[in-house]
Write a protein that binds this ligand. Structure first.
Ligand code: 2AM
Length: 178
């Protein structure tokens, strides 16, 4: 089985900016450069034929290039415990549109639709039980902003669990086609 997701890889200057933020929270497992991405659609475990079908279906997606920029930081928590720290992006609309197109491609090949609300983000760190206080970091970076960057491609990735977090391998890249 293959654990897949569809994501946008931020350009080097944006990744460098994010890597520069990564300090100041005890217990944070900061992402490294290779791991930085903005998920459009988490696919989950699929078998080889489904992975091939999905790779094909994604090739039929048409979209126009658009611009986004970093915008603020946020957390995901479960039962009052933060597990993910992320950087936000704006505007979210063109990402939500692309998310829907990717979701339709998934449905077309027989996967269930993703009915969860889509909140585009770039994960910066993950936490176990021992997360230090987040407030100073959140306050410092609440107004995080960047120059806009163009999104003109996305890619299908495979996630492989490892001892220092997951390793992501690009399977296929999809550009803007007119
Ligand atoms: P996260 O960074 O917020 O955890 C690969 O795992 C990518 O798919 C990550 O960006 C992850 O988001 C995202 N993702 C979305 N839903 C997921 C799920 N149910 N399990 C694992 N990853 C998920």
């Amino acid at each position: 089985m293959h654990r897949l997701f569809v994501a946008i890889r931020p350009p080097p200057a944006i990744r460098a900016r994010l890597l520069g933020l990564m300090h100041g929270i005890a217990g944070a497992r900061w992402q490294d450069d290779d791991q930085l991405h903005l998920t459009l659609r988490f696919v989950g475990e699929v078998d080889r034929p489904q992975a091939d079908d999905l790779a094909d279906a994604l090739g039929h997606i048409r979209f126009s290039p658009f611009e986004i920029a970093l915008s603020g930081v946020g957390c995901f928590d479960r039962k009052g415990q933060v597990h993910t720290l992320w950087a936000g992006v704006q505007p979210r609309d063109p990402l939500a549109q692309l998310h829907r197109k990717v979701d339709r491609a998934c449905v077309r090949i027989g996967l269930p639709p993703d009915n969860r609300s889509y909140l585009p983000h770039i994960t910066l760190a993950r936490f176990g039980r021992t997360a230090g206080p987040m407030e100073p970091f959140m306050a410092l970076h609440a107004a995080l902003a960047s120059a806009p960057f163009t999104v003109d491609e996305f890619a299908l990735y495979e996630s492989q669990p490892g001892q220092t977090g997951s390793t992501y391998h690009m399977i296929e890249r999809y550009g803007v086609q007119n």
